[in-house]
Design a protein around this ligand. Structure first.
Ligand SMILES: NC(=O)c1ccc[n+]([C@@H]2O[C@H](COP(=O)([O-])OP(=O)(O)OC[C@H]3O[C@@H](n4cnc5c(N)ncnc54)[C@H](O)[C@@H]3O)[C@@H](O)[C@H]2O)c1
Length: 345
C-alpha cells in the first residue's frame, strides 16, 4: 500500500493538475479528493482518472467539521494538501462572504481537526497576492509583510496567519506554499488566460482591465506540481515557501501573445474600466525553493502554446461553462453588491 494523500479542493484547476501529477508521475500512492464541488470544482477535471483504483472522491465542505473529521479518521492520510478556496478576485469584490467562509473558517476548521489527530504533514496552498502590490519595489521574500488589497487576498492572508499560529502554538506540522499565477489546462474561464483564449476563439472582444500594464509572474501548472513535490519531500515544517514563475509579464502582453498564437487580430482587444483595488504587480523571490533544487522548466512560449492547444482540443470541458456571467461580462466585478448579508442568513 502506497502513501496516502488527501487533496482538499482536488477538483479545481491546480488541485486536479496535482492529483494527475501524483497518480501519473509518482505512483504507488493512494489519493482521496475531498471537494465541495462549487462552481469551480468539477469532476470533469478528473475524468481520465476517476476510475482508477487508487483515487477516491468525497463531496464535502471544508467547513464541515464532522465530515472532515470522519474523512480524516477513515482515510488516515500521511499528507493533506489544502487547495480548497474561493479564488476569483472579481467575485470577491461582489460577494466577499464565501471567501471569508472557506478561506478563513475553512482553514480554521482544518487546523482544528488536524490539531486533535496525528497527521504527519499538512501543506496549505496560499498565494503571492498576500504580499499586495509590489509596484516599483523589490519582489517579496517569505518574511515580507502581508499587505493584501482585496477581499480574496485578505482572506488568504488570514488563513496563512492562522496556519502560522497553529505551528507556533501547537507545533501542528504545516508548511505554507505561496505560488505565483498558475496557468495551464482545466482553469475555469473566468480567469485571464482561459477567458482570453475562449473569447478569442469565438471572435468576441477580449477585455483588458485598465491600461493592461499590470504585471503578473506566470508559472506553468506542471512546474508548480513539481515544486510542490519537492516541498513535500524536502521542505521544513513551520516554513513558508514562495514558488515564483520567474516569468513576469504585463497583462496586455499575455493577451497579445494568445491572440498571436490563435492567429487573431489584435483589434479584438477591448480596454475596459479597471478593477477596483487592482494590484499593479505581484513578484516574489524564490531563494528558499530554489535552494531545494527546483526551478521552473517550461518556457513561457511553450507553456502558453500547450495551454492554447489544450483549450482548442477540449471544448467538451469548457463549453458548459460559457453562460457564466464572469465569462460573459467584460467588467463582472460591477453589480451584485450587498449579496453578502443574504449569504450569512
Ligand atoms: N490559480 C492560481 O493562479 C493561483 C495562484 C496562487 C495561489 N492559488 C491558490 O491555489 C489554490 C487552488 O487554486 P485554483 O486556481 O486551483 O482554484 P479553483 O477555484 O480552480 O478551485 C478551487 C477548488 O476548491 C473547491 N472548494 C471551494 N470551496 C470549498 C469548500 N468550502 N470545501 C471544499 N472544497 C471547496 C472547489 O470546488 C474547487 O474544486 C487556492 O487556494 C488559491 O488561492 C491559485
Amino acid at each position: 500500500m502506497g502513501r496516502r494523500f488527501m487533496i482538499i479542493g482536488g477538483a479545481g484547476f491546480m488541485g486536479s493538475n496535482f492529483v494527475r501529477h501524483l497518480i501519473k508521475e509518482i505512483g504507488d500512492i493512494e489519493v482521496l479528493v475531498y471537494d465541495k464541488l462549487t462552481y469551480a470544482g468539477r469532476l470533469e477535471s478528473l475524468r481520465d482518472l476517476i476510475n482508477m483504483k487508487n483515487l477516491k472522491f468525497t463531496r464535502a465542505d471544508l467547513c464541515d467539521e464532522e465530515n472532515l473529521t470522519k474523512t480524516i479518521e477513515g482515510f488516515d492520510p500521511e499528507i493533506i494538501v489544502n487547495f480548497a478556496a474561493e479564488t476569483h478576485v472579481d467575485r470577491s469584490i461582489n460577494e466577499p462572504a464565501p471567501f471569508l467562509k472557506t478561506n478563513i473558517l475553512g482553514v480554521f476548521t482544518l487546523l482544528e481537526v488536524v490539531r486533535r489527530r496525528e497527521v504527519p504533514l499538512v501543506i496549505h496552498i496560499s498565494t503571492d497576492e498576500v504580499y499586495g502590490d509590489l509596484w516599483n519595489i523589490q519582489p517579496a521574500n517569505e518574511r515580507s509583510p502581508l499587505i493584501p488589497s482585496n477581499p480574496y487576498s485578505a482572506s488568504k492572508a488570514s488563513g496563512d496567519l492562522l496556519a502560522q499560529a497553529y505551528w507556533k502554538t501547537y507545533r501542528l506540522p504545516i508548511i505554507i506554499v505561496r505560488p505565483s499565477n498558475n496557468y495551464g489546462p482545466y482553469q475555469y474561464p473566468e480567469k485571464l488566460i482561459p477567458k482570453t483564449i475562449i473569447r478569442a476563439l469565438h471572435n468576441m472582444p477580449v477585455p483588458v482591465y485598465g491600461d493592461g500594464m499590470q504585471i503578473r509572474d506566470w508559472l506553468y501548472v506542471k512546474d508548480f506540481c513539481e515544486a510542490l513535490n519537492v516541498i513535500i519531500e524536502r521542505g521544513k515544517k513551520g516554513e513558508v515557501y514562495n514558488v515564483p514563475g520567474l516569468n513576469e509579464r504585463r497583462n496586455i502582453e499575455v493577451v497579445r501573445d494568445i491572440l498571436k498564437l490563435l492567429g487573431k487580430q489584435l483589434s479584438l482587444i477591448k480596454f475596459v474600466e479597471d478593477r477596483p483595488g487592482h494590484d499593479k504587480r505581484y513578484a516574489m523571490k524564490g531563494d528558499k525553493i530554489l535552494a531545494l533544487g527546483w526551478r521552473p522548466k517550461t518556457p513561457w512560449s511553450e507553456g502558453l502554446r500547450m495551454t492554447v492547444e489544450w483549450y482548442m482540443n477540449n471544448e467538451w470541458w469548457w463549453k458548459p461553462l460559457l453562460s457564466d456571467r464572469y465569462f460573459q461580462i467584460d467588467t463582472p466585478w460591477g453589480g451584485e453588491r450587498g449579496a453578502s448579508s443574504r449569504y450569512w442568513s
